[in-house]
Design a protein around this ligand. Sequence first.
Ligand code: TXA
Ligand code: MG
Length: 497
Amino acid sequence: MQTRIISWDNTKGYEPSELREAAKILRSGGLVAFPTETVYGLGCDGLNEEAAAKVYEAKGRPGDNPLILHISERDELTPLVEEIPPMAEKLMDTFWPGPMTLIFRKSDKVPTRITGGLNTVAIRMPAHAGARELIREAGIPIAAPSANISGRPSPTKGEHVKEDLDGKVGMIIDGGDVGIGYESTIIDMTGLRPVILRPGFITKEMIEEVIGTFGDEGIPEAGITPDDEAPKAPGMKYRHYAPEAELTVVRGDEEEARIKIDELARQYPEEKVGILTTDERKELYGYGVVLSIGSFKENTLGHSLYSSLREFDHLGVTRIFAETFFGNEQEDALMNRLMKAAGGQVVDLVDYNKVIFVCKENVIMSPMAEWIMRSIVMDKSIEICSRGLVVLFSEPISQKAIDLLASHGVPCEEQSSRLLRQEDIDEHTLVITMNFTEKVKVVEEFDLTEHVYTLREFVGFEDDVADPYGGDEEAYEALYLELKDLLYRMKKRLGWQ
Ligand code: TXA
Ligand code: MG
């Protein structure tokens, strides 16, 4: 098949006749690849089963992996779905058009060929002007998966689409570089509470600001769902976003990771080795092909993740070592893509088997951190405890803290404050303090050079956790919520189950 290539440009838009031609191809059951603000999509008539079959064929995509329907206006949604939950309305008011896909119960209009046999349908209104104009001109919902060969990194430039699909589709619209660089957030709105099926640029925090908190089980862990397990998001079970090179994620403290990556890279002198980092840290590496996923400071992390993965392939890199990318708003989305590209292959720098939470007196903050962490870490081979730095007389945990934990259903056994001692710590121990002063004290008193962090620092934030001592109930409640959020992040960062 001869693929026609046209262009769309942010200032000039479309050549009108070319836009009409693109819309015509779509209406007559053909395939058109087009840019969106996340990644390029491979579009077809979303209500036409035969057209959908062509999409699966061109991508080499398994037929049970459903497609997202793209619309240009809100009123196009109603005929496609059975109901619109009030929470979905709120989310659409805030984030549409934009990088957010919602799952609804589908109407009879939507063929099950599009939804992989499910009775639900994924719908998104992209913010990209060229994408919306195309959908509007076509006058039909456009089903569009990312415009890559199944399993390859999603395309973020016109050239990527040509690489994968030239000769297999009717038309490619080259709109240059996309803005975000990774796929939309997918939220299932069909249950009692929303569930994030795929993290994206719109984060859990941003969603909760609009509809309130909705629990922590809502994000599937990064990595690959075992084949025999029925996944919530059908796409999650396949290896994804993968470069041809073997990709290994090196997890640990930034500086330790850099040293380890450098060492690992030099172990393969016969191979071309790639290193994946951020703009800010690129020049710290003195070996290998060093590429970036974007800038931490300019808040463009992820923008060049996929293009760098493709670039490694072009350069003949056969082995890639990647840093982890925590401590930024989109960390869930980035780590999810990275872990999938790595097929779960991770080098853990330190194998912690024990964490000690430390605060001054070990009666409020550190015991709370201990018991919340115990309630969220399922791996029983990890020891979790808490200690104090100034414990003259052993005291029971504060009643306020116990009541607070109980009100959130966190079990907490009776225990008394204990002083942190040298024998509590070995090389597999992670010491987490609540504030910077405590950290300094631990470092000095126990002569520790590593594996001591403040809790906020460990997950990439600045400042200290606020001490509620002497505060009212609200202060305690705020502490609980902050600790819980930070401890979930900590668990994620450690890769613990
Ligand atoms: O940003 C994006 O979402 C891009 C652009 C082109 O819009 N599209 C995209 O499509 O990433 P795709 O097909 O590569 O990923 C769609 C994901 C798949 O993992 C699929 O399993 C999931 O959405 N999905 C689609 N319909 C679903 C449904 N009814 N229930 C659960 N998951 C669904
Ligand atoms: Mg995809």
